[in-house]
Write a protein that binds this ligand. Structure first.
Ligand code: NAD
Length: 481
């Protein structure tokens, strides 16, 4: 199968002539060939978007949201097919794929409320006989560049808000998982958007750089690793564009002795090993306080050893492979580096294999104790099913360890103490906080609030932040003599 771009209302081949295989990470089967689109493909999409913009922005918002209502229905009708496609190309379990798509659809639902969300402000009589209004207007053509790990959800963090606010939208999905976007655009093609309003350009760095440089593209939404997020943020600014760039993560969870042990261990195991640790909200370092160290370590070791790993299509499987051979080598390298230092491997998933699928990119759940704050395992993003353990004597010490990282995507606390929870929420240097929650993923009607090296920009994805990001304010001061 050849993956297509979707430009000017039709699925079309890229003009670049360059392509790479799309590989199932569990089986190594080649699923398709994806084009590495060129600047010419991007230029064509940008021009078609610019041509479609005047009519789209002038369509009343109550009419503009109607294709989104149809999109919601089409995504529900194709729910199982899209979820299966995510599992095939990304490796996660079917349960995880369904959960991901559900969170994506919720963003379509929220954006259907755009007639209310886009409202401005007004004051009558700011001076005698003078009124003042603030209205929101769309920017023009905007683009989103998305990563491999949530091929169904992350495009929908942006697309519904950009469209409902009256922009024309171009998606550049990860070249590792382009098939989910083919399904999404099959739904979008049926949903009734005017030609050129929503478009798809596949590819890698060349397409990204063309989007960053194109003068008609007014805003860039990005999700991916921190080095690329910084590149995109810098280049977008250099070309006069708005940018919101979500980067990598290194998420700590603190456990106090008064936490419910069984529930905490289950939540931590799911956070560290769910989606094979390839969530930007995956737990990476568990910090135990005081005497909970022994019993929690024991419970987590048991959870790591017994997690069922295999092909995500198998309903008994709880964890799939990592995305590529290169990912696997990087993860295995970080574990080996910790072992050469002060790390003590409690559970080693480096050489385990799945029967009958020996060539898959398998890294089984791994646990490393004795990690110190200066270790690569404590500072660098692993993006694999590796849980490090650290220990503290007090809550203050644990919060200092949490705040000693460069990333700020998520931090969580498990406790039954309201006072400790309040201190944690107040003092911790991260934008998404979980209290007795292992994956603190904001719902579609809240912003996805990464901080520090996990986010570059000011307005985040989802909800009212999306509305503000994709609109510019206009203030009108009016007198009628
Ligand atoms: P990535 O940075 O390799 O790729 C992301 C996107 O950037 C892709 O579309 C890719 O084609 C493009 N890209 C890659 N290299 C480029 C380059 N040199 N120049 C221009 N464009 C380039 O990320 P990934 O491996 O696909 O995804 C995993 C990363 O995404 C992890 O770091 C994870 O933490 C992060 N992530 C963050 C969030 C968040 O909300 N903060 C959510 C999901 C994933």
């Amino acid at each position: 199968m050849q993956v297509r771009n979707f430009i000017d209302g039709a699925f079309v081949a890229s003009r670049s002539g360059k392509a790479i295989p799309v590989v199932n990470p569990a089986t190594q089967d080649v699923l398709a060939s994806v084009p590495l689109s060129s600047g010419e493909d991007v230029r064509q999409a940008a021009e078609k978007g610019r041509a479609a913009f005047p009519d789209w922005r002038d369509m009343p918002v109550v009419d503009r949201v109607q294709p989104l209502f149809r999109l919601k229905v089409l995504l529900e009708e194709n729910f199982e097919d899209i979820s299966r496609t995510m599992t095939l190309e990304c490796g996660k379990t079917l349960v995880e794929s369904r959960g991901e798509l559900r969170r994506g659809i919720e963003n379509v639902e929220v954006a259907c409320g755009m007639p209310s969300l886009i409202q401005g402000w007004n004051n009558e009589n700011i001076a005698a006989g003078i009124d003042e209004h603030m209205i929101r207007q769309p920017l023009g053509v905007v683009a989103a560049i998305t990563p491999f790990n949530f091929p169904g959800m992350i495009p929908l963090w942006f697309l519904p808000y950009a469209l409902a606010t009256g922009n024309c939208f171009i998606l550049k999905p990860s070249e590792k998982v382009p098939l989910t976007s083919q399904k999404l655009f099959t739904c979008l093609a049926e949903a009734g958007f005017p030609t050129g309003v929503v478009q798809l350009v596949n590819g890698g760095a060349e397409a990204v750089n063309a989007l960053l440089e194109h003068p008609d593209i007014r805003a860039i939404s990005f999700v991916g690793s921190t080095p690329v997020a910084k590149h995109v943020y810098g280049q977008a600014a250099a070309h006069g564009k708005r940018a919101q760039c979500q980067g990598g993560a290194k998420n700590p969870v603190v456990v106090l002795p008064d936490a419910d042990l069984a529930e905490t261990a289950a939540a931590l195991a799911e956070s560290a090993f769910g989606c094979a640790g390839q969530r930007c909200l995956a737990l990476s370092t568990a910090i135990t306080v005081g005497e909970v160290r022994g019993p929690l370590t024991e419970a987590l070791v048991e959870a790591a050893r017994t997690r069922a790993v295999g092909n995500g299509l198998n309903p008994d499987v709880e964890m799939g492979p990592v995305i590529t051979e290169e990912s696997k080598s990087r993860i295995v390298g970080l574990i080996a580096e910790a072992e050469r230092g002060s790390g003590r491997i409690l559970v080693d998933g480096r050489s385990s294999r799945v029967d009958g699928l020996e060539s898959g990119n398998w890294v089984f759940p791994t646990m490393v104790d004795g990690v110190t704050p200066g270790d690569a395992l404590a500072q660098e993003e692993v993006f694999g099913p590796v849980l490090s353990l650290m220990h503290a004597d007090t809550v203050d010490e644990a919060i200092a360890l949490v705040n000693g990282r460069a990333f700020g995507n998520m931090a969580c606390l498990f406790t039954s103490s309201g006072a400790a929870a309040r201190q944690f929420r107040n003092q911790v240097d991260a934008g998404n906080i979980g209290i007795n929650i292992g994956v603190a993923a904001p719902m579609a009607f809240f912003p996805f609030s990464g901080w520090n090296e996990s986010f570059f920009g000011d307005l985040h994805a989802q909800s009212r932040h999306g509305v503000e990001f994709y609109t510019q304010t206009k203030v009108v001061v009016e007198r009628w003599p």
